[in-house]
Design a protein around this ligand. Structure first.
Ligand code: ATP
Length: 256
């Protein structure tokens, strides 16, 4: 069997005595959509922050694409192919959709400061290539009619799609989505789900997403991992997790 794209082994993290993650281990298979669920404060965002290097685990390890690390710098994570969106979108609100999507390529630039300053060959060809890639992803996410609009003037659901475009334009092999559907109505959630699924299928992007809406999780994911107080209480297919009594007690049975 192929090696999982992501392996977490005994990952622990504390904040001033609060155990955000407690000896957490699980695998994510290449090409799957894996949902991370659990009550508020269960440790889901902290885990994404460890995978893309925003936080350093106190102990344990993460292996991505065969490379094992305890701490990885965010720039290195992006370079290796880990893309990320944030819970509260971190877009440049006063810039256009196109400029925001192009910002997702900054870490992929090979142009030096000198080449950039003097508009030398590599700068010009890179600029053209980046423009093409940005337009491709803008088209893919049905954002073409918004391409030159300032982000702050767009509806919330469209802004979340711009955030997805910015994360996808770097062609990540692993895409981490922190509540991509938070605050959306049902139509917007359906639309966003179909774009996540399309990205997974068309680009073979492995997806790890945090989501609270169980109907979205059950409809979209191949694999569900359930956290409660930093511990794993469920790990399996959506059906297995739905039937797991520990999960029902920890999460599905509680008002969220
Ligand atoms: N930077 C931080 N400083 C201090 N405590 C933190 C920090 N980040 C997370 N925590 C704590 O770690 C625990 C896990 O938080 P985390 O945000 O990872 O949970 P979550 O499952 O993503 O929650 P939510 O669903 O509300 O986003 C919580 O007790 C939280 O208060």
């Amino acid at each position: 069997m192929a090696e999982p794209i992501l392996q977490l082994r005994d990952v622990s993290l504390s904040f001033k005595g609060i155990k955000a993650l407690n000896a957490l281990s699980f695998d994510v298979e290449r090409g799957e959509i894996c949902a991370l669920i659990g009550p508020n404060g269960a440790g889901k965002s902290s885990l994404l922050n460890i995978i893309n290097g925003v936080y350093r685990a106190d102990s344990g390890s993460v292996s991505f694409d065969g490379e094992r690390f305890v701490r990885i710098r965010p720039a290195r994570a992006a370079h290796l192919g880990i893309g990320r969106t944030f819970q509260h979108n971190a877009l440049f609100r006063h810039l256009s959709v196109l400029d925001n999507v192009l910002a997702g390529l900054i870490r992929h630039s090979r142009t030096t400061l000198i080449e950039h300053a003097f508009g030398l060959g590599r700068d010009r060809s890179e600029t053209r290539a980046f423009g093409r890639r940005a337009d491709e992803i803008i088209g893919f996410l049905d954002l073409a009619r918004h391409r030159d609009r300032v982000v702050s003037t767009l509806p919330y659901g469209v802004q979340k799609r711009v955030d997805l475009a910015r994360a996808l334009v770097g062609r990540p092999s692993l895409l981490l989505l922190d509540e991509p559907m938070a605050g959306m109505n049902q139509d917007e959630k359906r639309e966003m789900s179909s774009f996540v699924l399309e990205a997974n299928r068309s680009f073979r992007t492995t997806v790890v997403l945090i989501e609270h809406d169980m109907s979205v999780v059950m409809g979209l994911s191949h694999h569900v991992v359930v956290l409660d107080y930093g511990r794993k209480v469920g790990d399996g297919t959506p059906e297995e997790v739905r039937r797991n009594p520990d999960v029902i007690a920890a999460y599905l049975g509680t008002v969220h």
